[in-house]
Design a protein around this ligand. Structure first.
Ligand SMILES: C[S@@+](CC[C@H](N)C(=O)[O-])C[C@H]1O[C@@H](n2cnc3c(N)ncnc32)[C@H](O)[C@@H]1O
Length: 235
């Protein structure tokens, strides 16, 4: 896959920026914020709405320090979990955090763009890919982005589900240009255009994040693999 984080988002080294962000433990308050907790709960709820059976294999892209990973492992006690995390600092913290789950949990320290093709075909009933698509979309052309999702789509089990959450139009932050609504609209269209994937949910939410003293708007998207034809999309 073309693109490296050294060309990355923010106009400087994206990976260095990400490592710098994680210089502070839990820089986005994933572990303590009600805003983040509610967003995780909604994603788990949506997964349950669209899965026909409990997942056996879960993949999380951008697992950060493992906060959502732990929630997933607890909520789906029969499932195995694989996380992909590019930055070393959160990867090491996630490894530590997931130790109690033993062989049920595995974290790969890699760039999804490099390893997406190596993930097993048709294995994952449930994929979470939240709050990180912009970091990749900023590094590769639209053709590469579409190809990444075509490849990822092949990793989803029949009738499996891809759940995504994305902040929209983040203000006054390095992320501002990469979270703009028209760009996110284009990503959503591209993912929905992957052969065999169908968007089955779209919603937008605005919620106050106490830790930052401001509202944020985010979208939730769900795509389903091999969605039976003739059924209409729900909002
Ligand atoms: C803002 S955090 C979101 C964490 C979590 N997914 C959530 O929703 O709370 C984004 C994470 O994605 C990771 N990330 C960014 N680009 C990545 C890539 N190409 N491959 C794997 N992980 C990536 C970052 O290092 C960071 O830990």
């Amino acid at each position: 896959m073309p693109g490296t984080l050294s060309e990355g988002f923010f106009g400087v080294s994206g990976l260095a920026q990400m490592e710098k962000d994680f210089g502070t433990q839990d820089p986005w308050f994933f572990g303590t914020s009600k805003y983040e907790r509610d967003k995780y709960a909604q994603q788990i709820y949506l997964a349950g709405q669209h899965l026909k059976k409990l997942p056996e294999n879960i993949l999380e892209i951008g697992s950060a320090e493992g906060v959502f990973s732990k929630a997933l492992l607890s909520h789906f006690p029969a499932a195995k979990y694989v996380g992909v995390e590019i930055a070393r600092t959160p990867y090491l913290r996630a490894q530590e955090a997931l130790k109690p789950y033993g062989s049920r949990a595995e974290i790969i320290n890699a760039d999804l763009l490099d390893c997406v093709g190596d993930l097993p075909e048709g294995k994952f009933d449930l994929i979470f890919f939240s709050e990180c698509v912009y970091y990749m979309g900023d590094r590769i052309p639209a053709t590469g982005f579409f190809k990444m999702f075509e490849t990822l789509g092949q990793k989803i089990a029949p009738e499996g589900v891809l759940v995504m959450a994305h902040i929209i139009n983040q203000q006054d932050a390095p992320e501002t240009p990469i979270t703009r609504r028209p760009v996110m609209d284009a990503y959503r269209t591209m993912i929905g255009g992957v052969d065999g994937l169908k968007r089955v949910h779209f919603s937008e939410h605005t919620q106050f994040k106490e830790e930052d003293g401001r509202d944020y708007t985010y979208e939730l998207w769900v795509f389903k693999k091999n969605y039976p034809s003739g059924l209409s999309e729900t909002q």
